[in-house]
Design a binder for this molecule. Structure first.
Ligand code: GRE
Ligand code: ZN
Length: 319
């Protein structure tokens, strides 16, 4: 079955330093191996894709990427450089790779223009955003222009985790909880709620948000969000569609990246529907074959399996 992965990371020598702050998350040997694999675009990566039966990787720059740059002008030029490199790699293997752009969100207007260039001139399929940018989240009024361009171009933004601005008090003294095992997920699901309650999807009703890791826990909590929104003081916030679940069902698309487990997949299927779930591996942080074996063997109807493996990606990304 044709299989397309949507959370497939790489890095370049020039940009690898931005991720150095994540090194302490991992066991040293695991970090070294992932770092080595991130730098390889067309060697071992293609062999592993063949071995796992992964036809296409939609490539994205590894977290935190360009967003960790403090100088907006450098961010603008490096984003353009890495998007050009990505387009060049795709051009060499057009049947094996597609890509999500990196955006210099430090300069919102330039980020919107780079998204337009990446989509219309380089053929990239949207952009992947790694959490906050210098403390600014995607609901920030200054960043609405990026949503405007994404909606206008009809491409998704993929919200990927990265280290937070600071450590939540409840996690203080527990560095083992900082990272993809726990804090990245709660930070990212909170970021999504900022988008909903901050009005991004009321302003851009058909904007498409992609989220990895089986939706960062959100498919599990739809009913409770709605129920407690009915109870809470709204503090002046109103949702045009009434309930938060309306946005999660309509604007949100999730990938299976880094979650190879049937119960959360079945929950997501029931909560969001088979048209909103796409395949991803989270390579090199997970093995491609672990993810493709899961996709092939997990209990699903063959119609849903085909949507998740390739049909939804073909439709959403125009592949
Ligand atoms: C990920 O993308 O999921 C990831 C990183 C860095 C370390 C671990 C990890 O970007 O899972
Ligand atoms: Zn990832």
């Amino acid at each position: 079955m044709r299989t397309i992965g949507l959370e497939e990371h790489f890095v370049t020598e020039e940009l690898a330093g931005y991720g150095a702050s994540s090194a302490s998350i991992a066991q040293p040997g695991r970090w070294a191996e992932a770092s080595r694999r991130l730098l390889d675009l067309t060697g071992e990566r293609l062999s592993a894709m063949d071995a796992a039966g992964l036809d296409v990787q939609v490539l994205s720059l590894n977290a935190p990427g360009i967003q960790a740059e403090t100088d907006p002008a450098i961010a603008v030029s490096r984003a353009a450089g890495v998007n050009d490199l990505l387009a060049g790699t795709i051009a060499e293997h057009p049947d094996r790779f597609a890509g999500f752009a990196a955006l210099p969100l430090q300069d919102p207007q330039a980020a919107a223009k780079e998204l337009e260039r990446a989509v219309t001139q380089l053929g990239l399929k949207g952009a992947l955003v790694n959490a906050h940018t210098q403390g600014r989240y995607l609901d920030d009024p200054a960043l609405r222009v990026v949503w405007e361009y994404a909606a206008g171009l009809d491409v998704p933004l993929y919200l990927h985790p990265a280290n937070g601005v600071d450590t939540a008090h409840v996690l203080s003294g527990h560095p083992e909880l900082i990272g993809p095992m726990w804090s990245w997920g709660t930070d990212t699901s909170s970021h999504v709620l900022r988008l909903i309650f901050g009005g991004v999807f009321d302003e851009f009703p058909d904007a498409k948000l992609l989220l990895g890791h089986m939706g960062e826990g959100l498919p599990y909590v739809l009913w409770r969000l709605d129920s407690r929104w009915g109870f809470h003081n709204h503090h002046g916030i109103e949702l045009a569609r009434g309930n938060p679940s309306e946005y999660l069902r309509h604007n949100l698309y999730i990938t299976t990246s880094g979650v190879c487990d049937a119960p959360p997949l079945l929950c997501a299927l029931l909560a969001l529907g088979a048209d909103h779930i796409l395949f991803g591996t989270d390579y090199p942080f997970e093995e491609m074959s672990t993810a493709t074996d899961f996709l092939r063997t997990t209990p699903l109807s063959e119609a849903d399996r085909a949507k998740i493996a390739h049909g939804n990606a073909e439709r959403l990304l125009g592949l």
